[in-house]
Design a protein around this ligand. Structure first.
Ligand code: E4P
Length: 213
């Protein structure tokens, strides 16, 4: 499973990328707004830190406007992926951008029907939202499993990005369900290495090493 970082914070991206396990970055308008910066400025910086797919989300509602925003964004760097909303206008824009060879990530996916639309439109990536689905009382694990099954049944090439990950449980069930990628917020990313028995083991070994000296 590839691990992406789900943030627009440059310090966080720099720190997590330094461990060598970040394969891509996803942003959204809320994450960009949190940084108080322009989308283009943030994206320019991110592409210099991570050599992998970098999702930049369009803020427009009409297909034509989405395409007009997407084209200059895609020219910033070869790794740019245009994030499009799961709407009819977004699906239409996905088809157009795909035909131009521009990579896309269809976001806000909560059902197999929506996934089918995005995959038929040629989406490079599809982002089912786990946390928001859980919040609404639905099974996120089942959705990922079902989309993987449908994708494989028909041989679509769309890669699944498990998104809206709020905790390690989401991440782990996404990997068990067969998501290709997980996009992980920094706080959850940092917890991945932690386990109380690892802490305890480290202490035991440290004490033992002191005894040897
Ligand atoms: C990433 O592509 C999504 O925009 C993000 O994971 C959404 O997360 P949230 O539901 O915690 O806002």
């Amino acid at each position: 499973m590839k691990l992406f970082i789900d943030t627009a914070n440059i310090q966080d991206i720099r720190e997590m990328a330094s461990y060598g396990i970040v394969s891509g970055v996803t942003t959204n308008p809320s994450l960009i707004a949190k940084e108080g910066r322009k989308l283009e400025d943030v994206i320019h910086e991110i592409v210099s830190l991570v050599d992998g797919p970098i999702s930049a989300e369009v803020a427009e509602g009409k297909c034509e406007d989405m395409v007009n925003q997407a084209i200059p964004l895609s020219k910033i760097h070869k790794n740019i992926v245009i994030k499009l909303p799961m709407t009819w206008e977004g699906i239409k824009a996905c088809k157009i951008l795909t035909s131009k060879g521009i990579h896309t990530n269809v976001t806000l996916c909560f059902s197999v029907s929506q996934a089918l639309l995005a995959m038929e439109a040629g989406a490079t990536y599809l982002s089912p939202f786990m946390g928001r689905l859980d919040d609404a009382g639905f099974e996120a694990e089942e959705l990922i499993q079902d989309i993987v099954t449908v994708r494989d049944n028909y041989g679509y090439e769309t890669k699944l990005i498990a998104a809206s990950i709020r905790n390690l449980h989401h991440l782990e069930i996404a990997s068990l369900a067969g998501a290709d990628i997980a996009t992980i917020p920094t706080a959850v990313f940092k917890k991945m290495v932690e386990h109380p028995l690892t802490e305890k083991g480290l202490q035991i070994f440290a004490d033992a090493a002191k005894g040897v000296k």
